[in-house]
Design a protein around this ligand. Structure first.
Ligand code: MG
Ligand code: MG
Length: 267
């Protein structure tokens, strides 16, 4: 059942999303060769608690940490560990926070130091596909229009769109209806309605779409071992149109990047 949110609830959800946005902005400064993902995890846990929120992933479905950290060929759900990051790696950092009874949940894939041109393109196309998906999240469309927009852009570049893992509704639970696949047919799926809040999160592989689940029960990697990227935003339908609750601005401030990509979707 889809649970549309009131204007007041959407403001509370923005608060939760912004705690995650700020956490990722803080983490962005720390990601460099030699740093371990367990160190990043400790920083994030402390930061979220200091901001009056609860880490959203810690203990959820028995996940052991605050961050999902997925380097290189890991798609999502990687568990923080003591392996140092290396120059040329990429690292997807996915984070959740719970405040006022509502979850925020979004993700960014960071380059570690200098990365190859091929990887830069994978990151840039995956992020662009996220905004294509967001653009399709409006009254008059259906959920399949979001997946179509993402799939169309990414497959045209020869990338694999992961099928088994999807975006989702967001609210008082981390995963609500509807499921939001990153592939789909135009005009298919559930109707998009006012007040709907979802997490859109393309998971895009440089090679084939096929994935493999590790014995730890969490980590997902690409079957062909090629890199995978993941970007996620939280979006509400307000006045029929997509409005971002999360922002990558704190990340961009940390990294000295200027971007107007979010402007069309700001409150
Ligand atoms: Mg997430
Ligand atoms: Mg999510």
């Amino acid at each position: 059942m889809i649970i549309p949110k009131t204007a007041e609830e959407i403001e509370l959800m923005r608060e939760s999303a912004l705690i995650v946005s700020k956490t990722l902005g803080m983490i962005a400064k720390e990601i460099k060769p030699g740093v371990t993902t367990l160190h990043l995890d400790h920083l994030a846990e402390t930061f979220i608690k200091d901001n009056g929120a609860i880490p959203g992933f810690l203990g959820l479905y028995d996940f052991p940490n605050t961050l999902c950290v997925s380097p290189n060929s890991q798609v999502v759900h990687g568990i923080p560990n003591n392996t140092p990051l290396e120059e040329g790696d990429i690292l997807s950092v996915d984070c959740g926070a719970l405040k006022n009874g509502f979850y925020g949940d979004h993700a960014y894939t960071f380059p570690v130091g200098e990365v190859s041109e091929d990887i830069k393109k994978l990151l840039s196309i995956t992020k662009a596909s996220l905004y294509e998906g967001i653009r399709a999240f409006k009254v008059g469309n259906r959920i399949g229009d979001i997946g179509f927009a993402i799939q169309n852009l990414c497959e045209n570049e020869g990338y694999g769109v992961v099928r088994e893992l999807v975006g989702h509704g967001l609210g008082r639970t981390m995963h609500e209806d509807p499921e939001v696949p990153n592939y789909g047919r135009k005009g298919s799926g559930k109707k998009i309605v006012e007040g709907m809040v979802i997490a859109i999160e393309p998971m895009i592989n440089m090679g084939t779409k096929n994935i493999h689940q590790h014995k730890d029960g969490w980590t997902i990697t690409t079957k062909d071992g090629l890199p995978s990227a993941h970007f996620e935003h939280n979006v509400a339908v307000v006045n029929g149109m997509p409005e971002l609750l999360s922002t990558f601005d704190y990340i961009y401030q940390s990294l000295g990047i200027s971007s107007d990509e979010e402007l069309p979707f700001r409150a």
